[in-house]
Design a binder for this molecule. Structure first.
Ligand SMILES: Nc1ncnc2c1ncn2[C@@H]1O[C@H](COP(=O)(O)OP(=O)(O)OP(=O)(O)O)[C@@H](O)[C@H]1O
Length: 266
């Protein structure tokens, strides 16, 4: 059953669910018995003080970490242990806390690498018969050009990304994740290190992606203003445990959340 948000966006059924996830590194428990869901069309934030387990959670969802306990369900199916590229092929794309682009390559080429999960022909096939590979390349190129237009980055399409200012590199990284045409987009601190104007731009792009492509988005963010403005629901972690889960308003007024944040001087 779809529900409508105040601004008229449609939120559908559960797209991804984590159930009782426990993840430890040696003696350090990064996540303890964490459960929550992400619904189709939703913008979902994961927040919490430093070391709360946010990135670990994203790494579990994207297949980089494998929890000792718990289950991940995607599109109604329980997932077996999966490698990150298998998760990506299933329709989950992500960006990283520290930008992970190919710095010497152009914006365009970086975005093309985002198409890899969608490519059908391989190198042998390309060598044997150029036709289909060429047609495929053209189709991928068209998709990437649309993303370049959407993000307003035509002027930097040939620029090596290492030469771009930080805010633009973050935008290219978002573009690469978009190029994968994922159902679920995971953004690890998309506004970290940005000035106010860059943050406002990034917020706009996240909302536009969600509205225009219907992409479900889960993001980790430290800027509370951004989290409260952008997200439909927020899950709060602290010391690897789930502290609260609800609408921005519910979470903002939760005494346990206020305590956790005040306690670490936020
Ligand atoms: N690969 C790893 N090896 C060992 N310990 C790890 C690893 N990844 C995370 N941890 C530990 O797990 C805990 C949670 O870390 P995590 O990075 O998930 O927190 P976070 O909420 O994302 O923090 P931050 O806001 O500072 O990025 C920390 O104690 C961290 O040191």
């Amino acid at each position: 059953m779809a529900e409508l948000t105040q601004d008229g966006r449609k939120i559908g059924d559960i797209l991804l669910e984590v159930k009782n996830i426990t993840l430890a590194f040696g003696g350090v428990k990064a996540l303890t018995n964490i459960s929550f869901d992400i619904k189709e069309g939703e913008i979902r934030a994961i927040i919490g003080p430093n070391g709360a387990g946010k990135s670990s959670m994203l790494n579990v969802i994207s297949g980089f970490y494998h929890p000792q306990q718990g289950e991940v369900w995607f599109r109604g199916q329980k997932r077996g242990p999966m490698r990150p590229y298998e998760v990506a092929r299933q329709g989950i794309a992500r960006t990283f806390q520290n930008i992970a682009l190919f710095k010497g390559m152009s914006t365009l080429d970086n975005l093309m690498t985002g198409r890899i999960t969608q490519m059908h022909t391989n190198i042998l096939w390309q060598a044997l018969w150029k036709g289909p590979a060429e047609r495929e390349e053209i189709a991928h190129r068209e998709k990437v050009e649309r993303i370049i237009d959407f993000l307003g980055i035509q002027a930097i399409r040939k620029t090596p990304v290492g030469r771009l200012p930080y805010g633009l590199q973050k935008r290219v990284e978002l573009g690469r994740a978009l190029a994968a045409e994922a159902k679920l987009l995971l953004l690890d601190e998309p506004m970290a290190g940005m000035n106010l104007e860059e943050k406002e731009d990034m917020c706009r792009f996240i909302l536009d992606v969600n509205e225009e492509f219907g992409t479900t988005i889960a993001l980790i963010e430290h800027d509370m203003g951004v989290v409260m403005d952008l997200s439909d629901r927020v899950v709060v972690l602290d010391y690897g445990k789930k502290l609260a889960d609800g609408t921005p308003n519910e979470v903002r007024n939760d005494p346990a959340v206020i305590e956790a944040y005040l306690g670490v001087g936020h």
